[in-house]
Design a binder for this molecule. Structure first.
Ligand code: DGY
Length: 422
């Protein structure tokens, strides 16, 4: 086994807190929703049982309404802010009150595919929870009935400080943020983290949800931040297709039919996120109706979601070629030619292994093998260069954010470091 395979396994094992992994011990010391899902793919390469457990622990924190939280605080940790008291959801275990990109169903399909009928009992345990979560998105976060995902906090996108959120978040009153002390900038260079203004907005939105008692319908209807996220929308549409395949495997015909209806809705509705002037899928603010007008790595998730006409895909690929000419490593989280591009700053420039993984799958499935291979090779090179970091500068390959990062190690094991996958 190569040294990097060994290191990657060791990171997963070291970050294992017993039934769940932390993304990285110092910066994110609890269980994060989409991190856990990607992490399961890494565990699946050497410990399938542990892979299922990661997903089961995540879904065990589901609320009665079907919502699955973005953080599960299995304990307290004074080094993380905002912790359970700030969220004030009063749950056991304590959780945040917002969600995160729903990749779990897609991961579960892969776990099941790898093991086949032997894993049916485990699949049956998580399946109804995944169904309930997808129904929650449709019921609570699809105000235009178009199969899109509206987010009520930038953190729900997983692309926390993407400039796509700047205009809508700048309209959020920040008095509610109060005074607080950030912990993240004690652990990571502040040039790689969101700004103080953004943290004020994040905290004001947490206060808004807390004061609304985390009643999700009420928050969705009244939040000062209501944005259709192109990333969550594409990821949910893809997850619906995967959940549908699972429903068929389990003989759950009624559920399969219900999912088909939602898929048709989303396929028709996704056009609402197409910005013809830009030639890309962009997030759109519900309150102003404006799109972000930005080409982000999430724009290319159209291939992963299986949407877009030939012409639209052509235009997206033209952007990718242009971005390729401007960056050394693909795919930067923001178009490097955009004024807001900031090479080392979190989701305003850096390359993320998990996003490359989803994009590469999408490209391969659409017959774009060269782009798929290219993303795999860039991700492999970035990891070979400096190890398993949170993200990487697209211009130099230098690491950004936290280190010994679980989902990057998982992506190495499941994909980038392996010869025969995607
Ligand atoms: C953080 O603390 O930066 C997290 O990304 C919030 O989810």
């Amino acid at each position: 086994m190569s040294a990097l395979n060994e290191q990657a396994r060791a990171i997963l094992q070291d970050n294992d807190r017993g039934g769940f992994t932390v993304p990285t011990g110092s910066l994110y010391p609890f269980q994060w929703n989409w991190d856990s899902a990607f992490t399961a793919l890494g565990f699946a390469t050497f410990d399938p049982d542990r892979a299922w457990l990661e997903i089961e622990t995540l879904l065990d924190a589901q609320w009665e309404d079907g919502f699955v939280p973005h953080i599960i605080f299995h304990g307290d940790d004074q080094d993380y802010f905002p912790g359970p008291k700030v969220w004030g959801t009063n749950r056991r275990p304590a959780t945040s009150g917002i969600t995160q990109p729903p990749v779990a169903a897609s991961v579960v399909r892969q776990l099941y595919h790898a093991e086949g009928p032997a894993a049916e009992a485990r699949l049956r345990r998580v399946f109804p929870k995944l169904v309930a979560w997808h129904r929650w998105f449709r019921r609570v976060r699809d105000p235009l009935n178009k199969g899109l995902v509206m987010i009520v906090h930038p953190w729900e996108s997983g692309r926390d400080n993407s400039p796509e959120w700047d205009a809508p978040a700048n309209a959020v009153p920040t008095e509610g943020a109060g005074t607080y002390e950030r912990r993240d900038v004690h652990v990571v260079d502040s040039a790689m983290r969101p700004t103080k203004q953004q943290y004020d907005q994040y905290l004001a939105l947490v206060a808004f949800g807390r004061e609304a008692g985390w009643r999700h319908e009420e928050i969705a209807a009244t939040s000062p931040f209501q944005v259709f996220d192109v990333g969550c929308t594409m990821i949910l549409l893809r997850a619906e297709r995967d959940l549908h395949a699972l429903a068929v495997s389990l003989g759950e015909e009624d559920v399969a039919t219900e999912i088909e209806v939602r898929i048709s809705l989303a396929q028709a509705g996704i056009g609402h996120l197409w910005d013809e002037a830009v030639g890309a899928y962009c997030s759109r603010d519900l309150r102003t109706g404006n799109t972000s007008g930005m080409v982000t790595s999430a724009s290319f998730l159209a291939f992963y979601a299986g949407v877009g006409s030939d012409q639209q895909r052509e235009r997206l690929l033209e952007h990718l070629q242009r971005i390729d000419a401007a960056a050394k490593y693909l795919v930067p989280s923001l178009d490097p030619q955009h004024a807001e591009f900031d090479a080392p700053r979190y989701w305003r420039g850096p390359v993320w292994a998990v996003v490359n993984y989803m994009l590469a799958r999408g490209f391969a499935e659409c017959g774009l093998e060269e782009w798929s291979d290219r993303l795999k090779s860039d991700t492999r090179q970035l990891i070979e260069l400096t190890g398993f970091h949170e993200a990487y500068c697209p211009l130099t390959g230098q690491p950004t954010g936290g280190d010994t990062f679980t989902w990057t190690a998982a992506m190495w094991l499941a994909w980038a470091g392996q010869l025969d996958d995607v």
